[in-house]
Unconditional design. Structure first.
Length: 231
């Protein structure tokens, strides 16, 4: 995942997206995107929730919580445009590629070209069922495997489809270990039980991905290391 510096305009856009997301029940599927256009913050998104958010109140709470940063960035005069759509039919994301790194949060330089607008980016502002839990589970796997694989980056393809009674996952890496062996080991060790995995995230504040990236994460617990054996 991209390391987000909260003390930047990009950081504020992503932080505000996660902050708004925290006001929606976690049982709902939601995608919130915040775009900093300079004069306005456009709050776009869709959610299965039918409980309307008072973005003005949330904005004021956000300003109280992060006033020092907003003042430093000359963003205290925060104006918002709310275009969130409610009661939407959003299907859970069960498949797709996730790129994970040995370092959970990777620092990526911003473009040298000045941007007219800055938008929040995945997974910030995305609820667990909208791809975030897949990302967390991929990091959970990688945090067990990186010493064995001796690579810094791995791509996982998630799917809930089965083939010969196994999940049709895919792995792409530069490891010298045969990809079939890696896949077999992962399927033997990890059960991909997202409901059980969700329980370990129940007390985790998603906004800590930005606020406290170096703090221990429940999705990085190495509780299966004794089973990571390849002959």
């Amino acid at each position: 995942m991209r390391l987000i510096n909260k003390n930047s305009r990009r950081g504020i856009a992503n932080l505000f997206a996660d902050f708004i997301l925290s006001k929606i029940k976690r049982t709902e599927k939601s995608i919130i995107q915040v775009t900093d256009c300079g004069a306005f913050m456009i709050v776009n998104g869709l959610t299965t929730s039918n409980e309307y958010l008072n973005i003005n109140e949330i904005k004021n709470e956000f300003k109280e919580s992060f006033g020092d940063v907003l003042k430093e960035l000359e963003m205290l005069d925060l104006n918002t445009i709310d275009v969130i759509r409610y009661n939407e039919d959003i299907k859970p994301i069960h498949k797709g590629w996730v790129i994970v790194n040995k370092n959970t949060f990777v620092e990526e330089p911003d473009s040298d070209i000045s941007e007219i607008s800055i938008s929040s980016e995945f997974p910030y502002g995305y609820s667990l069922d909208c791809g975030r839990i897949n990302t967390y589970y991929s990091h959970y796997i990688m945090n067990h495997m990186f010493n064995l694989l001796s690579v810094d980056e791995v791509s996982f393809y998630f799917t809930n489809e089965e083939e010969d009674e196994d999940l049709k996952i895919k792995i792409v890496s530069d490891s010298k270990i045969d990809k079939k062996s890696i896949k077999s080991l992962i399927l033997d060790v990890f059960d991909f039980d997202m409901e059980s995995f969700r329980e370990r995230l129940s007390d985790y504040n998603l906004i800590d991905d930005i606020l406290n990236p170096n703090r221990d994460k429940p999705y990085l617990k190495q509780d299966l290391l004794e089973h990571i054996i390849l002959f």
